[in-house]
Design a protein. Structure first.
Length: 499
């Protein structure tokens, strides 16, 4: 019951926070992708688009609707952390500790507050770990089939599933459980995972692996904040909340240095391998977040065992209470629980804020929050330009955006203002093409006038977009342009922007 109560708190917090601020930039993009269902996209596998399509079909696309499933996924993550702790041998306190630690980690709290792949990724990683633990305990090798099913859908959610899966295999090879790799059921599970992933693999082959091109472009651009190993793990410690540090370090100790954790050491090696690969290849701090509940579970078991043997029983309640208090302090940094001005005052008062992920100039809000402001206002500004055109011209006028956030905002809010869907060269919008537009009449967002004058016969500044809380790079001019030369169809290959 205690674990369910903790999970209920998690759900209530998300249901409250999910209605504030506005659509996150990636949510706008996924809503657009859900209207173009395919076996792959430039920057992600297809599952998030399918999930978004299902949500739109059943619940609509309001903020409350699209953020319900991430909230439920986060709630399930809390419960699953406790279940894994139980499977590792933990009793009530270990399960509660694992659940509380998962609840109060601000990084996990924030990740479950938005409709993105990151909200569902932990369930695939933790589900595979749970099946591995059950396989080790029961020696029921048929569980490899379900491991394959989860792995396959995990790959259709996010390619990082491959890193964690490779870590599990390495972990088994490095332990006495390597005998499980000889099972024919493992090969059957692997075949199932491959078949589930195959449509996306074929799509990538047909499109020359755009995700790899995208990643290379991102590295070359220097967009991401560079993090060395020390800075990377320091941010992990802060974003998981410093008070959880003894728990997840205790989880590593449990897997590697205790007799109770020895049978499950492969999970410890999987965590080490995953952390090392991410820190070396692509050190965005949130890439490692799905792995932490596995340590919270192991740490819960370790601390339960230690406290049972000591006189420090008061720590069981005192430290958990302290973590909950710390979680309450950090929660407004992870979720939009406070109005913007109150949030700004709060961060100044406590001297903490979200770390920068990308090298962009910031406004008064951190990027994750700033990217939830200004989208409808932008669509309204574009609508003023569009609706001022004669009716026969409007029918031939394209709205060209520079990134998927701008284009997605036009697609989501545009119908309210009488706008057609946008076109763009960014990410998958490039593959969706210019449709029937010729370039004879275009509304262009966020470009330089001197650049446009080289490409159009006529260029006129027609509006300006700015919101006090949005990202500064989303403050831009809107231009009305006529007579693109060469035409838009001929120009389209040059407009590709994968970054």
């Amino acid at each position: 019951m205690a674990v369910l109560a903790i999970a209920a708190v998690k759900l209530v917090v998300h249901l409250y926070a999910g209605r504030h601020y506005g659509y996150f930039v990636d949510e706008l993009y996924y809503l657009a992708c859900s209207k173009h269902l395919d076996w792959g996209y430039v920057d992600q596998p297809p599952l998030i688009a399918l999930v978004t399509w299902l949500v739109r079909a059943v619940l609509g696309q309001s903020l409350a609707a699209i953020r319900l499933l991430p909230a439920l996924a986060g709630t399930a993550e809390v419960v699953l952390a406790a279940v894994i702790a139980r499977e590792l041998g933990g009793k009530r306190f270990a399960q509660v500790l694992a659940a509380v630690t998962t609840l109060v980690a601000p990084a996990i709290l924030g990740g479950d507050g938005l409709l993105t792949m990151n909200a569902f990724e932990p369930l695939f990683w933790m589900g595979c770990a749970y099946l591995l633990i059950r396989l080790i305990k029961t020696e029921n090798e048929k569980l490899w089939i379900w491991f394959g099913v989860l792995s396959g859908f995990g790959l259709e959610n996010k390619y990082s599933m491959l890193i964690f899966g490779a870590g599990v295999v390495l972990g088994l090879l490095l332990t006495s459980q390597r005998r499980l790799l000889a099972s024919r059921w493992l090969w059957l599970g692997g075949a199932i995972a491959f078949l589930i992933f195959l449509p996306n693999l074929i799509w990538n082959i047909q499109h020359h692996f755009p995700f790899l091109e995208l990643q290379a472009n991102i590295r070359a651009s220097g967009r991401d904040v560079p993090l060395g190993p020390v800075a990377f793990f320091t941010q992990e410690m802060v974003l998981m909340q410093p008070l959880t540090l003894p728990i997840w370090l205790g989880g590593l100790w449990f897997y590697f240095f205790t007799e109770a954790g020895r049978p499950f050491r492969a999970i410890g090696w999987a965590w080490i391998f995953t952390a090392a690969v991410i820190a070396i290849l692509s050190p965005r701090v949130y890439y490692l977040f799905p792995a932490f509940p596995l340590l919270f579970a192991g740490g819960g078991v370790l601390w339960e065992q230690l406290l049972v043997r000591s006189r420090w029983m008061w720590l069981k309640f005192g430290y958990v209470s302290l973590m909950i208090l710390g979680g309450a302090v950090f929660a407004p940094l992870a979720l939009p629980l406070l109005p913007p001005e109150t949030f700004i005052r709060y961060t100044k008062a406590i001297g903490l804020n979200q770390p920068a992920i990308e090298n962009h100039k910031l406004g008064p809000l951190p990027q994750i929050f700033a990217d939830q402001f200004g989208w409808e206002e932008m669509a309204a500004t574009v609508a003023q330009v569009y609706n001022a055109l004669p009716a026969d011209v409007r029918a031939r006028t394209a709205i060209f955006a520079q990134n998927y956030g701008q284009a997605g905002a036009i697609d989501v809010f545009g119908p309210k203002y009488g706008l057609p869907p946008a076109i763009a060269g960014h990410q998958n919008y490039f593959l969706w093409g210019p449709r029937e537009y010729t370039g004879e009449s275009m509304i262009v967002l966020d470009d330089r006038e001197e650049t446009l004058q080289r490409e159009f016969a006529s260029v006129r500044k027609a509006g300006h977009v700015e919101h006090p809380y949005s990202m500064p790079y989303e403050h831009f001019d809107v231009f009305y342009c006529q007579g693109m030369h060469p035409g838009l169809q001929e120009m389209w290959p040059r407009l590709k922007q994968w970054d």
